[in-house]
Design a protein. Sequence first.
Length: 255
Amino acid sequence: MVRCWVLFLVSFFCLPLFSQDDGMVKSYVVNGVSFDMVRVSGGSFKMGAQKSDRMSANYDSLAWPAESPVREVRVSDYMIGKTEVTQALWNAVMERNPSRFKDDNRPVERLFYEDIEAFIFRLNEMTGEAFRLPTEEEWEFAARGGSASNHLLYAGSDDYDQVAVCLENYGGRTDSTAPVMSKAPNVLGVYDMSGNVWERCQGGFRNYYSEETDDAANVIRGGSWGYGYTSCRVSSRLSYGFDSRCSNVGFRLAR
């Protein structure tokens, strides 16, 4: 009988549990650690930014060249992590924490791209789900608020201080990441899509103007604690090597 109870408890904490919040949030528990995925209804949106024409779509005086040209993009329904993947969740799956700034509630960082792939593979084995990295299009659509987008500069506000952990309001004082959900969410209830850590997306880095792909690097989005507020805009993007890692870069799940 004791053995049966032990097996039951092991199974209980290794299998995902689900709960719903108004049909928009799905919760999972893996080895005692919970995380939430937010449902995003698909739709069309203008992706990118430009600073050459105030009267055209997605004008942003702070736009970087890599954000242009602005283009129409459509995404299907998907789910995205309510927060960046935390060190608690990483430890529950991988049992080894590579992060520089150790804290269960902070985002995991200092990861090679292949480390993230290994984590997702193991998480899917444990849960029977199909988690993955978001595409760049999915990432920006969610950061903008999905179909409820109100064309804000940052993920949830035109004031970076309300929603973004960045150099000006955090990194310059503490030189570290912040616990997830330290700032306000966007309209979808998703946190930290501006600031805290840059987030890797699927695949190689593409130039919008040519669609050429750099197979040695992928795109990171959202800015971080160690970068200025201009990097936290919903359209900002950088190329980052697959074989690079640092304490400014983490990731977020999609499904």
